[in-house]
Write a protein that binds this ligand. Sequence first.
Ligand code: NAP
Length: 258
Amino acid sequence: MQIAVVTGASSGIGREFALRIDEKCSLDEIWLIARREKNLKNTAKTMRTKARILPLDLATQDSLIALRRLFEKEKPVVKILINAAGFGKFGSVQSQTPETIEEMIAVNIRALTSVTRMVLPYMGDGGGIVNLSSVSGFLPLSYLAVYAASKAYVLRFSQALAEEVRERNIRVTAVCPYWVASEFIPVAQETDDGDSINQFRFITVPYRVVKKSGRDHEKGKTLSLPGFVPKAIFCLTRILPEACQRAIWAKTRKISRS
Ligand SMILES: NC(=O)c1ccc[n+]([C@@H]2O[C@H](COP(=O)([O-])OP(=O)(O)OC[C@H]3O[C@@H](n4cnc5c(N)ncnc54)[C@H](OP(=O)(O)O)[C@@H]3O)[C@@H](O)[C@H]2O)c1
């Protein structure tokens, strides 16, 4: 059985990736993972490929164990894995509850790493892994510190893994978008101290991100910068001193809060 696995398939970028895979690939099943079963069913309704609905909370160890057991039982051939599940919260580290911070780390880092590790033995020659990082992974972002650091992890993890699995002919791509219009933003704005960002200039849509990063992945690129803004930020973070990057973000954040 040849399958694709998509985490975060209930909305936004993950949902858009599931639809793109459905359109482009001939597979036996696409496994759709997120917490909201109803949304996953809605994604499945618009697909021609058979979908397996897996309503799992990836922040929990039980869900990761359940998923591992499913792989052991079904022994599928995974053609592509999309790790899109993730979330962020605006606000200072001190204002965020320990639970919020732990959940962010659990979903953005632990689950992404565990699901990738789980899938690797089932991935054959020509397989692919797409991990959703972010431009926030390029620089230290105050008042988005844990999220940005988690995306730096995703970026470095993906780049290192790409090297390890190259000889198995498996492609790994870290996708680094700027703001994308999805449920990510209202989720991030629900802060513990009400200190949020409210302006999102140069925002793009999931369709554009998925179209560009899907192409980059097919070309074998390890890093996908979907759009002009991610490219510009990437270049600036290569040349500007870190103190300067922090100052620019502080100014941008101040303007974006009004
Ligand atoms: N939107 C942006 O501005 C932006 C920019 C750069 C990078 N990204 C990254 O892109 C990825 C996709 O984000 P998006 O923009 O598509 O946001 P989104 O629409 O909010 O999608 C996030 C997905 O993650 C799932 N998820 C969250 N917590 C989960 C949990 N505990 N267990 C299982 N699934 C969980 C959500 O499903 P349920 O709620 O149903 O569980 C949802 O399907 C994320 O990793 C995000 O960090 C987003």
